[in-house]
Design a protein around this ligand. Structure first.
Ligand code: ZN
Length: 505
Protein backbone atom coordinates (compact mmCIF):
# COMPACT_ATOMS: atom_id res chain seq x y z
CA UNK A 1 0.00 0.00 0.00
CA UNK A 2 1.36 3.40 -0.89
CA UNK A 3 0.66 6.32 1.37
CA UNK A 4 0.64 9.99 0.49
CA UNK A 5 1.97 12.63 2.87
CA UNK A 6 -1.66 13.59 3.61
CA UNK A 7 -2.52 9.99 4.54
CA UNK A 8 0.54 9.93 6.70
CA UNK A 9 -0.40 13.10 8.58
CA UNK A 10 -3.89 11.74 8.98
CA UNK A 11 -2.71 8.46 10.48
CA UNK A 12 -0.22 10.26 12.70
CA UNK A 13 -3.02 12.45 14.04
CA UNK A 14 -5.12 9.37 14.82
CA UNK A 15 -2.16 7.72 16.52
CA UNK A 16 -1.55 10.80 18.68
CA UNK A 17 -5.22 10.96 19.64
CA UNK A 18 -5.10 7.33 20.75
CA UNK A 19 -1.93 7.93 22.77
CA UNK A 20 -3.33 11.11 24.34
CA UNK A 21 -6.25 9.18 25.86
CA UNK A 22 -3.88 6.49 27.15
CA UNK A 23 -1.72 9.19 28.70
CA UNK A 24 -4.78 10.71 30.44
CA UNK A 25 -5.65 7.32 31.93
CA UNK A 26 -2.11 6.81 33.19
CA UNK A 27 -2.05 10.25 34.77
CA UNK A 28 -5.40 9.67 36.46
CA UNK A 29 -3.81 6.52 37.88
CA UNK A 30 -0.89 8.60 39.16
CA UNK A 31 -3.31 10.90 40.98
CA UNK A 32 -5.07 7.93 42.58
CA UNK A 33 -1.69 6.59 43.65
CA UNK A 34 -0.59 9.94 45.12
CA UNK A 35 -3.86 10.15 47.02
CA UNK A 36 -3.46 6.59 48.29
CA UNK A 37 -0.06 7.50 49.75
CA UNK A 38 -1.10 10.82 51.31
CA UNK A 39 -4.71 11.48 52.33
CA UNK A 40 -6.81 8.43 51.46
CA UNK A 41 -8.62 6.98 54.48
CA UNK A 42 -7.40 3.47 55.32
CA UNK A 43 -10.86 1.99 54.78
CA UNK A 44 -10.66 2.78 51.06
CA UNK A 45 -7.68 0.48 50.43
CA UNK A 46 -9.56 -2.37 48.75
CA UNK A 47 -11.76 -0.12 46.63
CA UNK A 48 -8.75 1.95 45.57
CA UNK A 49 -6.86 -1.22 44.64
CA UNK A 50 -9.80 -2.17 42.41
CA UNK A 51 -9.92 1.27 40.77
CA UNK A 52 -6.23 1.21 40.01
CA UNK A 53 -6.36 -2.36 38.69
CA UNK A 54 -9.19 -1.33 36.34
CA UNK A 55 -7.19 1.63 35.04
CA UNK A 56 -4.12 -0.57 34.61
CA UNK A 57 -6.14 -3.08 32.61
CA UNK A 58 -7.61 -0.34 30.39
CA UNK A 59 -4.14 1.00 29.63
CA UNK A 60 -2.85 -2.50 28.86
CA UNK A 61 -5.83 -3.23 26.59
CA UNK A 62 -5.37 0.04 24.73
CA UNK A 63 -1.80 -0.98 23.88
CA UNK A 64 -3.12 -4.19 22.34
CA UNK A 65 -5.91 -2.55 20.33
CA UNK A 66 -5.78 -3.55 16.63
CA UNK A 67 -6.31 0.07 15.53
CA UNK A 68 -3.09 1.09 17.29
CA UNK A 69 -1.19 -1.68 15.52
CA UNK A 70 -2.73 -0.57 12.21
CA UNK A 71 -1.52 3.01 12.68
CA UNK A 72 1.96 1.80 13.51
CA UNK A 73 1.99 -0.52 10.50
CA UNK A 74 0.91 2.30 8.21
CA UNK A 75 3.56 4.67 9.44
CA UNK A 76 7.02 3.89 8.17
CA UNK A 77 9.59 5.24 10.60
CA UNK A 78 12.02 5.71 7.72
CA UNK A 79 9.86 8.43 6.24
CA UNK A 80 10.49 10.60 9.32
CA UNK A 81 13.63 12.50 10.12
CA UNK A 82 15.40 10.22 12.59
CA UNK A 83 15.95 13.03 15.10
CA UNK A 84 12.37 14.28 14.93
CA UNK A 85 9.82 14.03 17.73
CA UNK A 86 7.55 11.97 15.49
CA UNK A 87 10.24 9.35 14.85
CA UNK A 88 10.87 9.15 18.61
CA UNK A 89 7.14 8.86 19.26
CA UNK A 90 6.96 5.90 16.88
CA UNK A 91 10.00 4.22 18.43
CA UNK A 92 8.69 4.55 21.99
CA UNK A 93 5.15 3.49 21.07
CA UNK A 94 6.35 0.45 19.10
CA UNK A 95 8.41 -0.60 22.10
CA UNK A 96 5.48 -0.18 24.50
CA UNK A 97 3.21 -2.23 22.25
CA UNK A 98 5.83 -4.96 21.75
CA UNK A 99 6.32 -5.14 25.51
CA UNK A 100 2.57 -5.40 26.18
CA UNK A 101 2.34 -8.24 23.63
CA UNK A 102 5.21 -10.24 25.12
CA UNK A 103 3.63 -10.70 28.53
CA UNK A 104 0.58 -13.02 28.52
CA UNK A 105 -2.42 -11.46 30.27
CA UNK A 106 -2.94 -14.36 32.69
CA UNK A 107 0.71 -14.23 33.75
CA UNK A 108 0.44 -10.48 34.27
CA UNK A 109 -2.64 -10.93 36.41
CA UNK A 110 -1.09 -13.68 38.56
CA UNK A 111 2.12 -11.68 38.96
CA UNK A 112 0.17 -8.56 39.99
CA UNK A 113 -1.69 -10.57 42.61
CA UNK A 114 1.55 -12.10 43.89
CA UNK A 115 3.13 -8.64 44.05
CA UNK A 116 0.43 -7.28 46.34
CA UNK A 117 0.55 -10.46 48.46
CA UNK A 118 4.35 -10.08 48.57
CA UNK A 119 4.20 -6.58 49.99
CA UNK A 120 1.75 -7.70 52.65
CA UNK A 121 3.81 -10.75 53.71
CA UNK A 122 7.05 -8.75 53.61
CA UNK A 123 5.65 -5.95 55.81
CA UNK A 124 4.69 -8.47 58.49
CA UNK A 125 7.98 -10.38 58.24
CA UNK A 126 9.88 -7.12 58.57
CA UNK A 127 7.82 -6.05 61.59
CA UNK A 128 8.63 -9.42 63.20
CA UNK A 129 12.27 -9.35 61.97
CA UNK A 130 11.70 -12.87 60.67
CA UNK A 131 12.87 -13.67 57.14
CA UNK A 132 11.48 -17.23 57.25
CA UNK A 133 7.94 -15.80 56.98
CA UNK A 134 8.83 -14.07 53.71
CA UNK A 135 11.06 -16.78 52.17
CA UNK A 136 8.31 -18.90 50.52
CA UNK A 137 6.77 -15.81 48.86
CA UNK A 138 10.16 -14.48 47.78
CA UNK A 139 10.89 -17.84 46.14
CA UNK A 140 7.71 -17.48 44.10
CA UNK A 141 8.55 -13.86 43.25
CA UNK A 142 12.03 -14.79 42.03
CA UNK A 143 10.48 -17.55 39.96
CA UNK A 144 8.00 -15.09 38.44
CA UNK A 145 10.77 -12.61 37.76
CA UNK A 146 12.67 -15.34 35.91
CA UNK A 147 9.57 -16.16 33.85
CA UNK A 148 9.04 -12.48 33.18
CA UNK A 149 12.61 -12.28 31.88
CA UNK A 150 11.94 -15.27 29.63
CA UNK A 151 8.83 -13.63 28.19
CA UNK A 152 10.66 -10.36 27.61
CA UNK A 153 13.71 -12.06 26.09
CA UNK A 154 17.43 -11.39 26.51
CA UNK A 155 20.78 -12.19 24.92
CA UNK A 156 23.24 -12.75 27.75
CA UNK A 157 21.57 -12.81 31.13
CA UNK A 158 17.95 -12.97 32.38
CA UNK A 159 18.83 -10.03 34.66
CA UNK A 160 19.30 -7.85 31.56
CA UNK A 161 15.63 -8.25 30.57
CA UNK A 162 14.46 -7.04 34.00
CA UNK A 163 17.04 -4.28 34.45
CA UNK A 164 16.19 -3.00 30.97
CA UNK A 165 12.65 -2.20 32.19
CA UNK A 166 14.19 0.50 34.41
CA UNK A 167 17.31 1.42 32.46
CA UNK A 168 17.09 0.74 28.74
CA UNK A 169 20.38 -0.30 27.22
CA UNK A 170 22.13 -1.09 30.50
CA UNK A 171 23.17 -4.68 31.29
CA UNK A 172 25.03 -6.97 33.67
CA UNK A 173 28.02 -6.70 31.35
CA UNK A 174 28.09 -2.93 31.90
CA UNK A 175 27.21 -2.99 35.60
CA UNK A 176 29.82 -5.53 36.72
CA UNK A 177 32.90 -3.44 35.81
CA UNK A 178 31.25 -0.30 37.19
CA UNK A 179 30.64 -1.88 40.59
CA UNK A 180 34.08 -3.51 40.59
CA UNK A 181 35.65 -0.10 40.12
CA UNK A 182 33.46 1.46 42.82
CA UNK A 183 34.39 -1.29 45.24
CA UNK A 184 38.11 -0.96 44.50
CA UNK A 185 38.05 2.71 45.46
CA UNK A 186 35.24 2.99 48.04
CA UNK A 187 36.13 0.11 50.37
CA UNK A 188 39.69 1.37 51.12
CA UNK A 189 38.45 4.99 51.26
CA UNK A 190 35.89 4.10 53.92
CA UNK A 191 38.52 2.11 55.82
CA UNK A 192 40.91 5.10 55.75
CA UNK A 193 38.19 7.40 57.04
CA UNK A 194 37.24 5.03 59.85
CA UNK A 195 40.86 4.36 60.86
CA UNK A 196 42.62 7.66 60.19
CA UNK A 197 39.95 10.32 59.75
CA UNK A 198 39.15 12.95 62.33
CA UNK A 199 36.06 12.65 64.51
CA UNK A 200 32.99 14.43 63.23
CA UNK A 201 30.25 15.46 65.61
CA UNK A 202 26.68 15.05 64.34
CA UNK A 203 25.11 16.67 67.41
CA UNK A 204 24.38 19.96 65.56
CA UNK A 205 21.92 18.23 63.21
CA UNK A 206 20.50 15.99 65.92
CA UNK A 207 18.70 18.51 68.10
CA UNK A 208 15.06 19.46 68.28
CA UNK A 209 13.90 21.08 65.02
CA UNK A 210 10.38 22.45 64.77
CA UNK A 211 8.58 20.61 61.97
CA UNK A 212 6.79 23.58 60.44
CA UNK A 213 10.10 25.45 60.32
CA UNK A 214 11.74 22.46 58.66
CA UNK A 215 9.03 22.58 56.04
CA UNK A 216 9.39 26.34 55.63
CA UNK A 217 13.15 26.09 55.05
CA UNK A 218 12.74 23.12 52.68
CA UNK A 219 10.16 24.97 50.59
CA UNK A 220 12.41 28.04 50.38
CA UNK A 221 15.41 25.90 49.40
CA UNK A 222 13.76 24.00 46.57
CA UNK A 223 11.91 27.09 45.29
CA UNK A 224 15.31 28.73 44.93
CA UNK A 225 16.61 25.67 43.02
CA UNK A 226 13.77 26.07 40.52
CA UNK A 227 11.00 23.73 41.66
CA UNK A 228 7.81 25.41 40.47
CA UNK A 229 5.13 25.43 43.18
CA UNK A 230 2.52 26.76 40.75
CA UNK A 231 2.80 23.31 39.16
CA UNK A 232 3.58 21.35 42.30
CA UNK A 233 2.99 20.96 46.00
CA UNK A 234 4.53 19.32 49.02
CA UNK A 235 2.78 16.93 51.42
CA UNK A 236 3.71 14.53 54.19
CA UNK A 237 3.99 10.79 53.81
CA UNK A 238 5.62 7.71 55.34
CA UNK A 239 7.82 6.87 52.33
CA UNK A 240 8.75 10.08 50.46
CA UNK A 241 8.30 10.15 46.69
CA UNK A 242 7.70 12.46 43.73
CA UNK A 243 4.90 11.84 41.28
CA UNK A 244 3.86 13.45 38.02
CA UNK A 245 0.16 13.74 37.43
CA UNK A 246 1.13 15.65 34.31
CA UNK A 247 4.09 17.89 33.61
CA UNK A 248 1.85 20.68 34.95
CA UNK A 249 1.30 18.95 38.29
CA UNK A 250 4.37 17.28 39.77
CA UNK A 251 4.08 16.71 43.52
CA UNK A 252 6.62 15.84 46.17
CA UNK A 253 6.25 14.35 49.64
CA UNK A 254 8.46 14.48 52.69
CA UNK A 255 8.73 12.93 56.14
CA UNK A 256 9.87 15.05 59.12
CA UNK A 257 11.86 13.85 62.09
CA UNK A 258 11.57 16.20 65.09
CA UNK A 259 15.13 15.48 66.33
CA UNK A 260 17.10 15.09 63.11
CA UNK A 261 17.42 17.76 60.43
CA UNK A 262 18.86 15.68 57.58
CA UNK A 263 16.04 13.35 56.45
CA UNK A 264 13.47 16.00 55.55
CA UNK A 265 15.99 18.61 54.39
CA UNK A 266 17.87 16.37 51.96
CA UNK A 267 14.79 14.28 51.21
CA UNK A 268 12.96 17.40 50.02
CA UNK A 269 15.89 18.44 47.82
CA UNK A 270 16.06 14.88 46.46
CA UNK A 271 12.38 14.67 45.54
CA UNK A 272 12.43 18.20 44.12
CA UNK A 273 15.28 17.07 41.85
CA UNK A 274 13.03 14.32 40.49
CA UNK A 275 10.13 16.74 40.19
CA UNK A 276 12.04 19.48 38.33
CA UNK A 277 12.99 16.86 35.73
CA UNK A 278 9.31 16.02 35.17
CA UNK A 279 8.27 19.69 35.18
CA UNK A 280 10.85 20.31 32.46
CA UNK A 281 9.12 18.32 29.72
CA UNK A 282 8.21 20.70 26.90
CA UNK A 283 4.57 21.57 26.17
CA UNK A 284 4.68 19.72 22.86
CA UNK A 285 5.23 16.39 24.71
CA UNK A 286 2.06 16.83 26.78
CA UNK A 287 -0.26 13.78 26.45
CA UNK A 288 2.36 11.82 24.52
CA UNK A 289 4.57 8.96 25.69
CA UNK A 290 7.57 11.29 25.27
CA UNK A 291 6.72 13.34 28.36
CA UNK A 292 8.59 12.68 31.61
CA UNK A 293 11.85 11.10 32.69
CA UNK A 294 13.47 8.54 30.42
CA UNK A 295 14.88 6.09 32.97
CA UNK A 296 15.34 5.55 36.68
CA UNK A 297 19.08 6.12 36.42
CA UNK A 298 18.73 9.51 34.72
CA UNK A 299 15.94 10.35 37.15
CA UNK A 300 18.13 9.52 40.12
CA UNK A 301 20.94 11.60 38.63
CA UNK A 302 18.65 14.62 38.93
CA UNK A 303 17.62 13.92 42.52
CA UNK A 304 21.15 13.12 43.69
CA UNK A 305 22.60 16.13 41.90
CA UNK A 306 20.43 18.58 43.85
CA UNK A 307 20.59 16.59 47.08
CA UNK A 308 24.34 15.94 47.15
CA UNK A 309 26.32 17.95 44.63
CA UNK A 310 24.40 21.10 45.55
CA UNK A 311 22.70 20.38 48.90
CA UNK A 312 25.65 18.70 50.61
CA UNK A 313 28.26 21.07 49.15
CA UNK A 314 30.13 23.69 51.13
CA UNK A 315 29.43 26.26 48.39
CA UNK A 316 25.68 25.90 48.86
CA UNK A 317 25.83 26.37 52.63
CA UNK A 318 28.05 29.42 52.28
CA UNK A 319 24.91 31.01 50.91
CA UNK A 320 22.20 29.10 52.79
CA UNK A 321 23.64 28.59 56.26
CA UNK A 322 22.97 32.12 57.60
CA UNK A 323 19.33 31.72 56.58
CA UNK A 324 19.16 28.25 58.21
CA UNK A 325 20.58 29.79 61.41
CA UNK A 326 17.94 32.48 61.24
CA UNK A 327 15.20 29.84 61.02
CA UNK A 328 16.86 27.66 63.68
CA UNK A 329 18.67 29.95 66.16
CA UNK A 330 19.97 26.86 68.03
CA UNK A 331 22.53 26.55 65.20
CA UNK A 332 24.06 29.95 65.97
CA UNK A 333 26.81 28.34 68.06
CA UNK A 334 27.71 25.91 65.25
CA UNK A 335 30.21 27.11 62.65
CA UNK A 336 29.65 26.61 58.93
CA UNK A 337 32.51 24.10 58.82
CA UNK A 338 31.14 22.06 61.69
CA UNK A 339 27.69 22.06 60.12
CA UNK A 340 29.12 21.06 56.72
CA UNK A 341 30.99 18.19 58.40
CA UNK A 342 27.91 17.06 60.33
CA UNK A 343 25.80 16.70 57.18
CA UNK A 344 28.56 14.74 55.44
CA UNK A 345 29.70 12.30 58.12
CA UNK A 346 30.75 8.92 56.71
CA UNK A 347 29.78 5.92 58.76
CA UNK A 348 29.33 2.28 57.71
CA UNK A 349 25.79 1.41 58.72
CA UNK A 350 23.03 -1.10 58.13
CA UNK A 351 20.40 0.98 56.34
CA UNK A 352 20.75 2.02 52.70
CA UNK A 353 18.42 5.01 52.74
CA UNK A 354 20.31 6.56 55.68
CA UNK A 355 23.76 5.96 54.20
CA UNK A 356 26.33 8.66 53.44
CA UNK A 357 27.49 9.37 49.91
CA UNK A 358 30.37 6.83 49.87
CA UNK A 359 28.90 3.81 51.60
CA UNK A 360 25.59 4.21 49.76
CA UNK A 361 26.89 2.42 46.68
CA UNK A 362 28.23 -0.46 48.73
CA UNK A 363 24.69 -1.04 49.99
CA UNK A 364 23.49 -1.10 46.38
CA UNK A 365 26.29 -3.43 45.30
CA UNK A 366 25.30 -5.99 47.97
CA UNK A 367 21.77 -6.05 46.58
CA UNK A 368 22.93 -6.23 42.95
CA UNK A 369 25.16 -9.23 43.62
CA UNK A 370 22.52 -11.04 45.67
CA UNK A 371 19.62 -10.56 43.27
CA UNK A 372 21.83 -11.67 40.42
CA UNK A 373 22.70 -14.83 42.35
CA UNK A 374 19.06 -15.52 43.25
CA UNK A 375 17.99 -15.11 39.64
CA UNK A 376 20.79 -17.37 38.40
CA UNK A 377 19.85 -19.92 41.05
CA UNK A 378 23.36 -19.93 42.53
CA UNK A 379 21.93 -18.54 45.79
CA UNK A 380 19.05 -20.37 47.41
CA UNK A 381 16.46 -17.90 48.73
CA UNK A 382 16.58 -19.60 52.16
CA UNK A 383 20.26 -18.67 52.43
CA UNK A 384 19.68 -14.98 51.69
CA UNK A 385 20.08 -13.67 55.28
CA UNK A 386 23.46 -15.39 55.71
CA UNK A 387 24.70 -14.23 52.31
CA UNK A 388 23.46 -10.70 53.06
CA UNK A 389 25.22 -10.51 56.41
CA UNK A 390 28.45 -11.92 54.97
CA UNK A 391 28.53 -9.23 52.27
CA UNK A 392 27.80 -6.46 54.78
CA UNK A 393 30.72 -7.69 56.84
CA UNK A 394 32.97 -7.86 53.77
CA UNK A 395 32.13 -4.47 52.18
CA UNK A 396 31.06 -2.37 55.14
CA UNK A 397 32.57 -4.11 58.13
CA UNK A 398 29.24 -4.36 59.95
CA UNK A 399 26.88 -7.28 60.60
CA UNK A 400 23.16 -6.51 60.91
CA UNK A 401 21.80 -7.81 64.23
CA UNK A 402 18.52 -8.95 62.67
CA UNK A 403 16.74 -9.37 59.31
CA UNK A 404 14.57 -6.26 59.72
CA UNK A 405 17.60 -4.01 59.35
CA UNK A 406 19.26 -6.65 57.19
CA UNK A 407 17.79 -8.28 54.10
CA UNK A 408 14.19 -7.25 54.85
CA UNK A 409 14.81 -3.49 54.96
CA UNK A 410 13.85 -2.59 51.37
CA UNK A 411 10.46 -3.00 49.75
CA UNK A 412 11.68 -3.69 46.17
CA UNK A 413 11.96 -7.49 46.20
CA UNK A 414 8.55 -7.78 47.87
CA UNK A 415 6.94 -6.79 44.59
CA UNK A 416 9.34 -8.81 42.46
CA UNK A 417 11.37 -5.78 41.32
CA UNK A 418 14.72 -7.37 40.59
CA UNK A 419 17.10 -5.26 38.52
CA UNK A 420 15.99 -1.99 40.08
CA UNK A 421 18.68 -1.30 42.69
CA UNK A 422 21.61 -0.57 40.34
CA UNK A 423 19.74 2.46 38.98
CA UNK A 424 20.51 4.23 42.29
CA UNK A 425 24.23 3.93 41.72
CA UNK A 426 23.89 4.75 38.02
CA UNK A 427 22.18 7.94 39.19
CA UNK A 428 25.12 8.83 41.46
CA UNK A 429 27.64 8.20 38.70
CA UNK A 430 25.65 10.16 36.10
CA UNK A 431 24.99 13.06 38.49
CA UNK A 432 28.70 13.88 38.62
CA UNK A 433 29.16 13.46 34.86
CA UNK A 434 26.33 15.95 34.30
CA UNK A 435 27.53 18.35 36.99
CA UNK A 436 31.05 18.35 35.48
CA UNK A 437 29.60 19.06 32.03
CA UNK A 438 27.53 21.94 33.44
CA UNK A 439 30.68 23.27 35.12
CA UNK A 440 32.60 23.06 31.86
CA UNK A 441 29.86 25.13 30.22
CA UNK A 442 29.72 27.57 33.17
CA UNK A 443 33.14 27.74 34.85
CA UNK A 444 31.74 30.00 37.58
CA UNK A 445 29.03 27.47 38.50
CA UNK A 446 30.23 26.84 42.04
CA UNK A 447 30.66 30.56 42.73
CA UNK A 448 27.13 31.08 41.44
CA UNK A 449 25.85 28.40 43.84
CA UNK A 450 27.79 30.01 46.69
CA UNK A 451 26.03 33.28 45.81
CA UNK A 452 22.62 31.58 45.82
CA UNK A 453 22.25 31.79 42.04
CA UNK A 454 21.05 28.41 40.74
CA UNK A 455 19.85 29.64 37.37
CA UNK A 456 22.94 28.61 35.36
CA UNK A 457 22.77 25.03 36.67
CA UNK A 458 18.99 24.78 36.39
CA UNK A 459 19.01 26.16 32.85
CA UNK A 460 21.80 23.82 31.79
CA UNK A 461 19.87 20.81 33.10
CA UNK A 462 16.67 21.98 31.46
CA UNK A 463 18.38 22.38 28.09
CA UNK A 464 20.50 19.26 28.19
CA UNK A 465 18.34 16.79 30.10
CA UNK A 466 14.79 17.85 31.05
CA UNK A 467 13.55 19.20 27.74
CA UNK A 468 14.27 15.90 25.96
CA UNK A 469 11.78 13.90 28.03
CA UNK A 470 11.85 10.30 26.83
CA UNK A 471 12.95 11.24 23.32
CA UNK A 472 16.45 9.77 23.62
CA UNK A 473 17.54 6.54 25.30
CA UNK A 474 19.54 7.09 28.51
CA UNK A 475 22.95 6.34 26.97
CA UNK A 476 22.24 8.63 24.00
CA UNK A 477 21.05 11.42 26.30
CA UNK A 478 24.17 11.13 28.46
CA UNK A 479 26.42 11.26 25.43
CA UNK A 480 24.60 14.28 24.01
CA UNK A 481 24.77 16.13 27.33
CA UNK A 482 28.34 15.30 28.32
CA UNK A 483 30.07 14.05 25.17
CA UNK A 484 30.98 10.94 27.18
CA UNK A 485 29.73 7.41 27.78
CA UNK A 486 28.90 6.20 31.28
CA UNK A 487 32.08 6.42 33.35
CA UNK A 488 32.39 6.00 37.14
CA UNK A 489 35.77 7.78 37.29
CA UNK A 490 34.53 11.39 37.67
CA UNK A 491 32.26 10.24 40.49
CA UNK A 492 35.12 8.42 42.23
CA UNK A 493 37.35 11.48 41.84
CA UNK A 494 34.63 13.60 43.37
CA UNK A 495 34.23 11.29 46.40
CA UNK A 496 37.97 11.07 46.89
CA UNK A 497 38.46 14.84 46.71
CA UNK A 498 35.53 15.75 48.92
CA UNK A 499 35.99 13.21 51.68
CA UNK A 500 39.79 13.16 51.94
CA UNK A 501 39.67 16.89 52.40
CA UNK A 502 36.77 16.72 54.88
CA UNK A 503 38.49 14.05 56.98
CA UNK A 504 42.03 15.43 56.63
CA UNK A 505 43.49 12.19 55.25
ZN1 ZN B 1 15.16 9.04 44.07
Amino acid sequence: MTTTPTDRQDTLAKLKKHLATTSDLEQIGALLNWDQNTYMPAGAATARGQQMATLGRLVHERRLEPSLTDYLDELDARSFDEDSDDAALLRVTRRDVAMARKIPSDFLEEFTRLQSEGQHVWAKARADADFSQFAPTLKKLVDYARRQADYLGYDDHPYDALHDLYERGSSVAKLRPMFARLREVSVPLVRDIVEKGRDIDVAPVQQSFDESKQEQFGVEAVSAFGYDFTRGRIDRTVHPFATDISQYDVRITTRYQPNFLNPALFGTMHEAGHAMYEQGSPDRFYRTPLAGGVSLGIHESQSRLWENLVGRSRAYWQHAYPRLQEVFPQLEATSLDDFYAAINKVEPSFIRVEADEITYNLHVMVRFELELAMLEGSLDVDDLPDAWNAKYEEYLGVTPPDDAIGCLQDIHWSFGALGYFPTYTLGNVISVQLFDAAKAAHPSLEDDIAAGNFTPLFTWLRENVHQHGKKYDPDVLLKKATGRDLDPQPYLDYLDRKFRSLYGI
